[in-house]
Ligand binder design. Structure first.
Ligand code: ADP
Length: 162
């Protein structure tokens, strides 16, 4: 009895409360796939903090302020969702906001390989754990890059956006 498996408990939430989860991404743009992850994360956590990442060195399709404003508008009636932009390491942003868990979506094996590496790095950096949610079957082919590409060629992309 009482065997010690050397498990270090993750840091408890501060500020956002222990039931908060961080959903980081580029969201360039925010698609139905992202909205599906937010909806499902709300079923698992008390609140979701959507963190819109940007890199000053890289140009984006939609300016970060516009991405944040669009997502804020979408969740204007959902007090359990908040939206902020950030630059730099996701792990640092999570710690600064007292969030101990990250949620990400996985569509393909390629996503999975990338996500487990990021999850491991974030856990080593700050003890943050990552929950991976499998994409809903009807949304596995949907990506922001697909929306950008279709839009570039004048295709109506509204069916992919919430
Ligand atoms: P990043 O640029 O950081 O990969 P994205 O904005 O492309 O961020 O995506 C954010 C997260 O949402 C990622 O974990 C990605 O796998 C997930 N995601 C994107 N599209 C979908 C989708 N259709 N279904 C489920 N998860 C998705």
């Amino acid at each position: 009895m009482g065997k010690d498996f050397g498990v270090t408990p993750p840091p408890r939430g501060r500020g956002w409360g222990k039931g908060a989860v961080l959903f980081p991404g580029s969201f360039d743009p925010f698609t139905l796939g992202h909205a599906d992850i937010v909806k499902r994360a709300l079923g698992l956590f008390d609140s979701v903090l959507i963190a819109v990442g940007y890199n000053e060195q890289k140009s984006s399709w939609m300016p970060v302020e516009e991405r944040v404003a669009t997502i804020k508008k979408l969740y204007a009636d959902e007090p359990r969702v908040s939206v902020e932009s950030y630059t730099g390491l996701t792990a640092d942003f999570a710690v600064a906001h007292g969030v101990a868990v990250i949620v990400r979506g996985v569509r393909t094996m390629a996503d999975y390989e990338y996500e487990i590496q990021m999850a491991d790095v974030n856990r080593q950096l700050s003890g943050i754990e990552t929950i991976l949610l499998p994409a809903s079957s009807q949304l596995t082919s949907l990506s922001s890059s697909l929306v950008r590409e279709l839009s570039r060629f004048g295709h109506d992309v509204s069916e992919y956006l919430p």
